[in-house]
Design a binder for this molecule. Structure first.
Ligand SMILES: Cc1ncc(COP(=O)(O)O)c(C=O)c1O
Length: 373
């Protein structure tokens, strides 16, 4: 079920995203206790200009300006996209050196869309690892040093899915230095990073080096996933390439998405405050349930999800013990096979729903233990 890496693909060779093939039908079951959402649940109440919903942008407002002003960069350093899933492909295309190898080094564990997509762009995709065995989630520097001469781009997710762990600063510094020396560009998926705003962990990579494109969206930290509003930020020269790629592959952005995003942008910090409160309220309840069931666990320092050791295969446990209880959470094996005995649990849901899910989670953990005895 982990991401399917390898060479360029097309036609019948296009692999499924196994994680989505597993997840979408289970989401459709509408299980009452859903701890699977890596995105924050926030009840937006927006005043949207209906007139703008079905008319293409006339130039009076420029969505790139909203992003540029929020992230302290120039407008020509921003290209707006439909979510990170689209931004990742465009950024990889834009960052691949014209005469360099058509190969991308991708971090594992990872969300398959991030690590598989380059295969559809005609690239070979070569893995490198952060963790998963050391327990410390450190970069495997030897692997990266080995692949650098063979790749044009390195793609990674600093706040990793499924662990929620931020990359260590020493690893990040090292990566910036070695990629710069090798003439390799970095595409950094920062879709979970804004949860760290205001803390020492908030380090957008585009601010740190000239060979980086950071991609982000309103999906995860702002609870606006269905909007498909994302962006790429980087040096103007590379962002020019992103924009050209966008025009070739997408043409125009969706007017309704832009109109809703325009209404949301002035209120993004309020949503972030609410995310932090949700963490403060919900996380201690989760820790209590885990402790009660003999599971020792240290949550990641920021964000709204983490990876819990289950001691048994999580796909099977979800089917046997989770489904009958109406519980949904995400098996770690979707991101790397060595995480098959782990479960990603998210605490960004509403307070009441989360509280109601805790006894159910506890029962789930007890049934696994009973089954093992
Ligand atoms: C690492 C990562 N990047 C991107 C996405 C999706 O982002 P978007 O909704 O902006 O396309 C996800 C969703 O799970 C994710 O885990």
């Amino acid at each position: 079920m982990e991401p399917r890496l390898g060479g360029p693909v097309s036609g019948d060779g296009i692999p499924p995203v196994d994680y989505l093939s597993w997840y979408i039908p289970r989401l459709q079951e509408m299980r009452p206790h859903d701890l699977s959402q890596s995105g924050f649940k926030y009840d937006w109440d927006l005043d949207v200009d209906n007139e703008k919903m079905l008319n293409f942008w006339d130039g009076a407002a420029n969505p790139a300006e909203w992003v540029a002003s929020r992230y302290g960069v120039k407008v020509d350093q921003v290209c707006v996209t439909h979510g990170v899933c689209q931004a990742i492909s465009l950024a990889i295309l834009a960052a691949l050196p014209k005469d360099g190898p058509r190969a991308v080094g991708v971090e594992m564990p990872s969300f398959a869309v991030v690590s598989q997509c380059a295969r559809l762009l005609g690239c070979e995709v070569i893995p490198f690892h952060r963790g998963p065995n050391s327990g410390e989630w450190r970069l495997n520097r030897d692997e990266i040093s080995n692949i650098l001469p063979r790749v044009g781009v390195i793609a990674l997710t600093p706040v990793m899915n499924p662990t929620g762990e931020m990359i260590a600063q020493e690893d990040e510094n090292w990566l910036i230095e070695v990629t710069r020396e090798a003439g390799v560009n970095i595409v950094s998926d920062e879709v979970y990073l804004d949860a760290a705003m205001g803390t020492e962990f908030y380090r957008p990579m585009h601010l740190r080096a000239e060979n980086v494109i950071s991609v982000n969206s309103l999906t995860k930290c702002y609870g606006l996933g269905p909007l498909r509003f994302g962006w790429a930020i980087g040096p103007a020269k590379m962002i020019h390439n992103v924009r050209n790629a966008f025009h070739n592959l997408q043409g125009m952005t969706s007017a309704p998405s832009m109109a809703i995003a325009e209404a949301a942008f002035p209120h993004l910090d309020v949503a972030l405050d609410s995310l932090r409160t949700q963490r403060e309220v919900n996380l201690p309840k989760l820790i209590d349930v885990l402790t009660e069931n003999g599971i020792e666990w240290t949550p990641p320092p920021i964000g709204i999800f983490g990876l819990i050791p289950l001691g048994t295969d999580a796909v099977q446990a979800m089917a046997e013990h989770g489904a009958p209880l109406g519980l949904l959470a995400t098996p770690g094996g979707m991101f790397h096979r060595d995480l098959a005995n782990h479960l990603r649990i998210a605490w960004g849901g509403g307070t009441e729903a989360f509280e109601a899910a805790m006894p159910v989670l506890s029962q789930f953990l007890k049934s696994i233990q009973d089954g093992n005895n």
